[in-house]
Design a protein around this ligand. Structure first.
Ligand SMILES: *Cc1c(COP(=O)(O)O)cnc(C)c1O
Length: 413
């Protein structure tokens, strides 16, 4: 029978795609680093890419392959590679695909560590233009003869700018640029990356995918849309077979095998178990976030709420079209002038102050003094980050309890 529902697909994905033995519903974890070949000819063929197989678990293993199949299916891609963390996936992909003197166009609204990694790339001689990705014309103006790739997130954090995802995709297609989207905020069914002509999606599995704050991971999915025979930086060795696979092959060889940030097999299984409830958790987080943001929007002690689900958000209409009626589980707010945001955070009882997002629990963080402290005041201003901004990652708790916690904390300031 043809399965249509996302949660039906997710709950049965491991069993259906990976067919574990003895009727097990989870693919087993294998910790073997090495893989034996009875006939050495088979080992040689696997090394030379003529046969599929595992040779050494830094490069690939059955546990990682099982998770990759689920992720490729979920994201509608042709293939996926998994990494130890989201940052490992992002850094491996960019270091594998770029060369000195290449140019890339990057969102000026980036996850702080990704923004910091861009400085490292610049040190290696990669030219970077940081642009306002909510405006496709700004992206178009930045494109040069040596531009190779455009990188953006879907919904940025903490200010929740939404990239003009479809228009940027069209621009990349016209210029034959790799379109790489960090889809950590809007995973799976929430966003159709292929529909906006993405070439690669990259995501932190640590966040919504795994979801419970107990495991790190990252992944890159190739949508199959980009023709890698147009891409000048693919090594001759990897220009064999179907050109749709060349990009991910190079990312696997250079970014995973050579750089070595492998996802541990046990983590792969933990992530696949988290994935079973991805759609359920996300729906609840999004509904809770909309309720909470709407409540705070009218509150006397709140100056500003940044959430794409509010109709006064500058990209509300893009978000409505792109994310199927959901607006994500992350929002930020500025308290009114003079309100002590640290005191407010200390008065929150249920809400945890912690740096993480996409968790089952509601989390809060003062932004300027923590995750964007290293950026400095000038960079923060460019991203729209104010000094009295608090970011929230809304969890799956019962919404009335979260609102009550805010109420009691507001009453104390
Ligand atoms: C957390 C995050 C990352 C990095 O993921 P890790 O698994 O923590 O390394 C990358 N991009 C975005 C948008 C994130 O929120």
């Amino acid at each position: 029978m043809k399965i249509k529902g996302i949660t039906t697909r997710l709950v049965h994905a491991d069993r259906n795609l990976n067919q574990p033995q003895d009727g097990a519903v989870h693919f087993p974890t294998s910790n073997s680093v090495l893989f034996e070949y009875k006939d050495v000819n088979d080992l040689v063929d696997v090394f030379q890419g003529k046969k599929m197989g595992h040779v050494y678990s830094r490069s690939s293993s059955s546990s990682n392959s099982a998770l990759q199949k689920i992720l490729a299916e979920l994201e509608g891609g042709v293939d996926a590679a998994t990494f130890a963390t989201g940052m490992a996936a992002i850094s491996a992909a960019l270091l594998s695909l770029l060369k000195c003197n290449d140019h890339i166009v990057v969102s000026q609204f980036l996850f702080g560590n990704t923004r910091s990694f861009m400085n490292t790339l610049e040190n290696f001689g990669i030219e970077i233009s940081y642009v306002d990705v909510t405006d496709v014309n700004a992206v178009a103006r930045a494109v040069r003869a040596n531009t190779r790739l455009v990188f953006t997130e879907t919904i940025a954090n903490p200010v929740t700018q939404v990239a003009d995802l479809a228009a940027v995709g069209q621009l990349c297609a016209e210029h034959k640029l790799v379109y790489m989207i960090d889809n950590t905020m809007t995973p799976g069914h929430m966003f159709d990356a292929k529909g906006v002509q993405a070439s690669l999606t990259v995501m932190s599995l640590t966040k919504y995918f795994a979801g419970h704050g107990n495991v790190l991971g990252g992944a890159i999915v190739d949508t199959g849309l980009f023709d890698w025979s147009d891409y000048p930086n693919i090594f001759a060795l990897y220009r064999v077979g179907d050109p749709r696979n060349w990009g991910l092959t190079q990312i696997r060889k250079k970014g995973l095998r050579d750089m070595g940030a492998t996802l541990p097999p046990h983590s792969a299984q933990q992530i696949s178990i988290g994935l079973e409830t991805l759609a359920l958790r996300l729906e609840r987080c999004c509904n809770n976030a909309l309720r909470l943001a709407t409540y705070l929007h009218g509150h006397a002690k709140v100056a500003q709420v940044y959430y794409p689900g509010l109709s006064d958000h500058p990209q509300h209409y893009i978000a409505r079209e792109m994310f199927k009626g959901s607006y994500g589980g992350i929002f930020s707010m500025d308290l009114v002038e003079g309100a002590d945001i640290l005191a407010f955070l200390n008065h929150l009882d249920l809400v945890i102050t912690a740096t993480h997002l996409g968790d089952t629990r509601t989390l809060a963080l003062p932004v300027a003094s923590t995750i964007f402290y290293e950026s400095g005041a000038q960079e923060r201003a460019k991203m729209g980050i104010n000094d009295n901004m608090i970011r929230f990652s809304v969890g799956i708790e019962d919404i009335d309890d979260i609102v009550a916690d805010f109420e009691q904390a507001f009453n104390k300031i």
